[in-house]
Design a protein around this ligand. Sequence first.
Ligand code: NAD
Ligand code: MG
Length: 393
Amino acid sequence: MQSLTVLGATGSIGVSTLNVVSQHTDKYQVFALTAFSNTNKLIEQACEHEPEFVVIADESNKHQSAEIQKRLPARTKLLFGSEALEQVASEQKVDIVMAAIVGAAGVRPTLAAARAGKKVLLANKESLVVTGNLMIDTVKHNNATLLPIDSEHNAIFQCLPEQYNGALYDRKQVSKILLTGSGGPFRETPLDQLCQVTPAQACAHPNWNMGQKISVDSATMMNKGLEVIEACYLFGIGTQQLEVVLHPQSIVHSMVSYCDGSVIAQLGQPDMRTPIAYGLAWPNRIDAGVEPLDFSVVSQLDFSSPDLNRYPCLKLAFEAFDEGGSMPAVLNAANEISVAAFLNGGIKFTDIAAVNESVMSSQDWPAALELEDLLEQDRIARDNAQHFINKLN
Ligand code: NAD
Ligand code: MG
């Protein structure tokens, strides 16, 4: 029996994780569930899974503590605040931590899990984009295991010959990692109409059902950009060894191209329960509750190159990783602020890339290596992004 903490339990990945866990209650038991502020959903999940702890990160809910506690199972203790996230991610009893908080808010608890030597299932790509090699080194030094849950990285992991971490596979045999992306809902929208798209249109992804932030990121392809950076850190490669391939059907989740001409791909339904189940059971496999592909229905798989004029955020991500230092963290921070502004109706869809680019070039960003320095650059980048947004209005 393995003990599991789900950080961000009430989100899209958190819900899919608990769905897989419900199918295997003989293998996994929930130790802790966390949420930002969706207390009703968290209570409902706690009543089903009876964890030892639930954590509500948003302390402004603290005044309802007694009322919430009454609705929780008797054995479940209630904690508040972001430090409690780190506590339930690193408790000795915990074997596996699903890192499924959205954004840089997941940095500290994900790092805490790595420091405590846990098996970390990484959905929260932003935490790796912000911390980069600091996260990778923390995993190595503490004998933790970092398994990618992002469907593309999970696919690449499945297509690589050996464990990806460090130099355990011979990188010379891999000529390229081919990262697929659907191109989002505006793949064919005329470029001059992109400035008019609404948050509701941007959140209606053609193939995947996800949280709002990643849905907007998929529409701008900033998501693919963050995934480029994520892949470079995870698999120890540079951007020249990585190619983004547009694949509108989201059936091929990514591929690895080898020096002998072989290309190995992982295919499946666009359902996050597949990579989640693979992460939970690795190196074994368990039923994920996902229907296998029916090739009499999947009649066509299309591939093409992304147009960087349509997806300027993707270009910024390549530049940020090549620049190195704190630039990936800066781009991520700017993007969190610009996406939130777009979702609130504060800026246009096309302003997202403009704000991100302005923040990247707004000053010389230092080569921050320590966590506190990176988080300081993150904070400054957020301020700069807000400043550019205010100027637009
Ligand atoms: P979501 O918005 O549906 O859920 C986010 C979760 O994080 C919620 O439980 C929320 O309560 C919690 N949270 C938000 N802000 C927080 C804060 N400040 N402190 C603590 N907790 C906070 O997001 P999602 O779609 O489930 O995505 C989660 C992560 O997984 C993201 O990093 C995303 O990029 C990644 N991911 C998601 C998918 C997907 O299909 N949804 C696929 C691949 C990767
Ligand atoms: Mg992905």
